[in-house]
Design a protein around this ligand. Structure first.
Ligand code: NAD
Length: 251
């Protein structure tokens, strides 16, 4: 299938590794130009080297509003349009209600919710210039069912879904599509760290997943590239799980 991504430009955030990197790679495999961001120059240099010549990067801490504003202003200095935005950031730290402080909550809200608000607000003028603009919010299976010891994700990510579903109406007049993708367990550094910090080993997690294993970044990126592409032109306001069947609710 031709996703019609050639000569289109996408901003993929938190993409020096993991899920963001897999999305950047999938978009580029389809001929798109990609702008990525992350916190360190070193990791971004490594990532753009692996991605190839049509990848550009900006050092950005997504939990800081001024960084997000600067990121999009820098992009706007180079080009008056982007065709899509993959909204992604590092995950909030694990923890239970009794061991998380107000400071933990505030930091997680900035990283997980406000980064999505700031990115959307800043990128809208550039997206409005595209003939097929779309935003894909990367959240988690935690918006469907809570994950043990990940209270911050369980509590804050559903707010991103609430925003996305509202934007599906508010941005429709501009033809800007919005959707959300919810990974279950995809093998990345994040899942390795969470496994190391948890009592349940990989085998226990795999046993809960109907397909019997975690997903790979290569099974995640192409799905996102499709949702961001003009081929998905009638998919709007959707919430798609990529979880090997882990979520077993009816809705
Ligand atoms: P990862 O740790 O492999 O990669 C995270 C990326 O985010 C890195 O590039 C890192 O540099 C960047 N990053 C972290 N904090 C940042 C910040 N403040 N500003 C800019 N960049 C920042 O993690 P991942 O597995 O790719 O996960 C990405 C997101 O998806 C996380 O929010 C994670 O919680 C969520 N998620 C992942 C899974 C999974 O199975 N991998 C499942 C559900 C949700």
């Amino acid at each position: 299938m031709n996703l019609d991504l050639k000569d289109r430009t996408f901003l993929v955030t938190a993409a020096s590794r993991g899920l963001g990197f897999s999305v950047a790679k999938s978009l580029m495999n389809e001929g798109a130009e990609v702008i990525i961001c992350g916190r360190t120059e070193e990791s971004l240099k490594r990532a753009t080297k692996a991605l190839g010549t049509s990848a550009h990067y900006y050092v950005t801490d997504l939990s800081k509003k001024e960084d997000v504003v600067k990121l999009v202003r820098n992009i706007a200095d180079e080009s008056d349009q982007i065709d899509g935005l993959f909204v992604n950031a590092g995950g909030p730290p694990p923890g239970t209600f009794s061991n998380l402080s107000d400071d933990d909550w505030k930091k997680a809200i900035d990283l997980t919710l406000m980064s999505a608000v700031w990115l959307t607000r800043e990128a809208l003028p550039l997206l409005k210039m595209s003939n097929s603009p779309s935003i894909l919010y990367s959240t988690s299976i935690s918006v469907k069912q809570p994950i043990d010891n990940l209270l911050l994700s369980n509590a804050i990510r559903p707010a991103v879904i609430g925003m996305m579903r509202t934007l599906a109406s508010e941005l429709a007049p501009y033809n800007i599509r919005v959707n959300a993708i919810c990974p279950g367990y995809i093998s990345t550094e994040r899942t390795e760290q969470l496994m190391a910090a948890s009592e349940s080993g990989v085998e226990n997690i795999n046993a809960k997943i109907p397909l019997g294993r975690m997903g790979t970044p290569e099974e995640f990126g192409p799905v996102c590239a499709f949702l961001l592409s003009p081929v998905a032109s009638y998919i709007h306001g959707a919430i798609l799980l990529v979880d090997g069947g882990l979520y077993q609710g009816m809705m």
